[in-house]
Design a protein around this ligand. Sequence first.
Ligand code: ZN
Length: 86
Amino acid sequence: MTPVLEREAVFWSDNGRRICRSCAGMSALYTGHDISGQAVERVTLADVRDWPDDLGPLGCEDGCTTLSPVAGPDGWPLAATKAGAR
Ligand SMILES: [Zn+2]
């Protein structure tokens, strides 16, 4: 199977938890759905820009991927830090 989550992206998982490709569970990584069966949704540029400053940079909760409020060539937010070598 091929992971369905993009590299250097962050996704909303169940209960507002944030995950990235490196720290997603197997379910989310390969099916795009978390363990509760809910589809994970990629964090958009608007999400990053709406993110309150006092919560720190918007990234996954394990800190492997952090997004910047800058659009990449594909229109998704660019990662501010590189995810681990995967
Ligand atoms: Zn992560």
